[in-house]
Write a protein that binds this ligand. Structure first.
Ligand code: SF4
Ligand code: MG
Length: 338
């Protein structure tokens, strides 16, 4: 859970009673090696906050993040240091995340040295640098090593950012909209590279996106966030083919084209659905989606829905009162009145 304190001036604009932005509440997720997990939602849904929490870039208001069961609550412990090396982040804008005055060689060398993978000799280092660039298909490596970020294309820069993350020999990558700023024509190449790395290096990847069509293409597991809460999750096929939560349905219906990876996606696509995402300073009562939900019932305005397993696909769940326990039990085969 992460609440941002609101600066006094801003707070006065909204309400004196509420003093925190409920950026993410009650979010729980598990990343597994060899799997891509997509976290899907509109801008402002809290998905980037989740990534930054997982990257330990923000302190948490409450809750814990564990690696192999070991808590990272103590910031100075060995478990925390190990976590920071093992979990690497890739940002949306590769240009902003690379220092323009330094070469690719500098960025990659620094990552290898910080994480103790530079080897003992200059040859070891050179070999490690070449291996990193080969991994992200920037070949031959000598063509790229001494270039500056501005001499590369957007896609090449994102590959450098990925190579730099790999310099830590991580177990997990957190990729926050890694292709949304790239040209449409090269998005697929970068996603395919990430998928290939997942398989070859047995990585756990968190893929953050506002584009549910790309989640279906690229992710094994899909989680949907709305207004700082997770509303549906399950394997990507099930969530995108048989969405249960009205918000997931809205996302899918408002996707302009099922083959969006080959069409243009831009930020204006994010808010195609009816209505606006709610304020996180005063989130709506009950189900946060109720002001926009076509299926809303009386209890939705007052009671916060709980996560329930639904349907016949194991692991498919939604937090929505359409699926309260009584309804789910009645739908289960074999539970009919006898
Ligand atoms: Fe809609 Fe109610 Fe379900 Fe929320 S709980 S998504 S308002 S039906
Ligand atoms: Mg974001």
């Amino acid at each position: 859970t992460k609440h941002f304190p609101v600066r006094r001036k801003m707070r006065d604009l909204f309400s004196k009673k509420h003093d925190a932005v409920h950026a993410v509440d009650d979010v729980s997720l598990t990343l597994r090696r060899g799997q891509v997990t997509a976290l899907v939602g509109e801008s402002g849904s809290g998905k980037s906050t989740v990534a930054r929490l997982l990257a330990q870039l923000y302190p948490r208001t409450s809750g814990d993040i564990r690696l192999h069961g070991r808590s990272t609550a103590v910031k100075s412990g060995s478990a925390f240091r190990r976590y920071c090396a093992q979990v690497q982040m890739i940002f949306q804008d590769p240009f902003a995340s690379l220092n323009p005055v330094h070469t690719i060689r500098y960025h990659l060398t620094r990552s290898l040295k910080i994480h103790g993978h530079a080897g003992k000799t200059a040859e070891d280092l050179e070999k490690a640098l070449h291996a990193l660039l080969n991994r992200v298909s920037l070949t031959p490596p000598e063509r790229y090593l001494d270039k500056f970020p501005h001499e590369l294309s957007g896609g090449q820069r994102q590959r450098v950012a990925i190579a730099r993350a790999l310099g830590a020999e991580p177990e997990a990558l957190l990729a926050d909209e890694p292709v949304s700023m790239l040209d449409v024509s090269i998005r697929l190449g970068v996603l395919n590279l990430l998928r290939d790395l997942k398989e070859r290096l047995n990585l756990a990847i968190l893929y953050i996106t506002h584009d549910i069509a790309s989640a279906r293409y690229f992710a094994d597991q899909t989680l949907v966030m709305y207004a700082g809460r997770m509303v549906e999750g399950g394997d990507s096929e099930t969530v995108t083919q048989s969405p249960a939560h009205p918000y997931t349905r809205l996302l899918i219906d408002s996707a302009p084209d099922p083959d969006r990876l080959t069409t243009d996606i831009d930020a204006s696509d994010e808010d195609r659905g009816n209505g606006e995402p709610p304020s996180l300073i005063r989130p709506p009562s009950g189900c946060r989606f109720h002001p926009r939900c076509p299926m809303a019932m009386a209890r939705c305005t007052t009671d916060l829905p709980v996560r329930l397993e639904i349907g016949d696909k194991p692991g498919h769940w939604a937090a929505c009162w359409l699926y309260d326990e009584a309804t789910v039990a009645a739908q289960r085969p074999g539970s009919a009145v006898t």
